[in-house]
Design a protein around this ligand. Structure first.
Ligand SMILES: C[S@@+](CC[C@H](N)C(=O)[O-])C[C@H]1O[C@@H](n2cnc3c(N)ncnc32)[C@H](O)[C@@H]1O
Length: 248
């Protein structure tokens, strides 16, 4: 059962740096669906894009898989395609929650989970590397090398799909879009206190780049075809493809 996210409300006075611990894992599915605009649309994107690949077995590596929502969605959306599905996360609490969901859905044999730091995890021959709302938590100094390793691990014709919170160059614009985002959270039932406490907890932990800042990193990592697929105020989803013989 999905538990309601009340982590930052009045009853719970603890506010420190945001971590993906047991408390977050318990309410994560509710938190992310109320905190990330167009989250369910981003989930719908992956099966459509996977269906375009002609790899006989589609190997998907989800970096920062959390509770496995994307991989579960994919496994259920395209039951006729052959997949190898791997979820990687460094939080044991998130992976435990993920494993509980897989067991409940009878998908435990279809999705392999690994606890690892994505800055060190070795990926081989992936068709798709998925990194939704995770790169933003990786320290800036490690992002280039991580992306270069991801690029090297993707088979010809494959791609990386990345979603991120993004910043904007003009401070006035940045503030306006952040305010629109807070309005989104209010509409989803978060109080002013919850919004400001969560903002404080994420302050030093989540570091967004601009749309072009992200695109430049992807390009420098060696991705050839980079496109912004979705943009909602201060959130963006990119595809970065690897050309080659099997490219569609
Ligand atoms: C916002 S959540 C990702 C949401 C998920 N991709 C989804 O779409 O539902 C970020 C996840 O990345 C994980 N994470 C952050 N830094 C990591 C790192 N260096 N290595 C592995 N996992 C990391 C966190 O534990 C957390 O589960």
């Amino acid at each position: 059962m999905v538990q309601i996210d009340r982590l930052f409300n009045e009853i719970n006075p603890k506010v420190g740096d945001f971590t993906f611990d047991e408390n977050v894992a318990r309410v994560f599915d509710d938190m992310i669906s109320r905190s990330i605009p167009l989250y369910s649309d981003v989930q719908r994107l992956l099966p459509v894009l996977s269906g375009l690949l002609d790899h006989p077995v589609i190997k998907v590596v989800d970096l920062g898989c959390s509770t496995g929502t994307s991989l579960i969605h994919l496994a259920r959306a395209l039951p006729d395609r052959q997949f190898e599905l791997i979820g990687v996360d460094n939080s044991q609490a998130m992976l435990t929650k993920c494993a509980e969901k897989l067991d409940a859905l009878g998908l435990q044999d279809q999705i392999q989970l690994t606890q690892a730091d994505i800055r060190e995890f070795e990926i081989r021959d992936a068709s798709i590397v998925l990194m939704n709302y995770t790169l933003q938590f990786v320290d800036l100094s490690s992002r280039s090398s991580l992306l270069a390793r991801i690029r090297q691990s993707i088979r010809p014709g494959g791609f990386m799909l990345v979603s991120e919170k993004v910043s904007h160059h003009q401070p006035v614009m940045d503030e306006a879009l952040v305010e629109l985002y807070f309005e989104f959270k209010r509409r989803n039932g978060y109080s002013e206190l919850e919004i400001s406490r969560k903002r404080d907890a994420l302050e030093t932990v989540l570091v967004p780049l601009s749309v072009d800042g992200n695109q430049q990193l992807f390009e420098e990592a060696g991705f050839q075809e980079i496109e912004l697929l979705l943009k909602w105020f201060n959130f963006a989803t990119f595809i970065a493809r690897v050309g080659g013989a099997e490219s569609q």
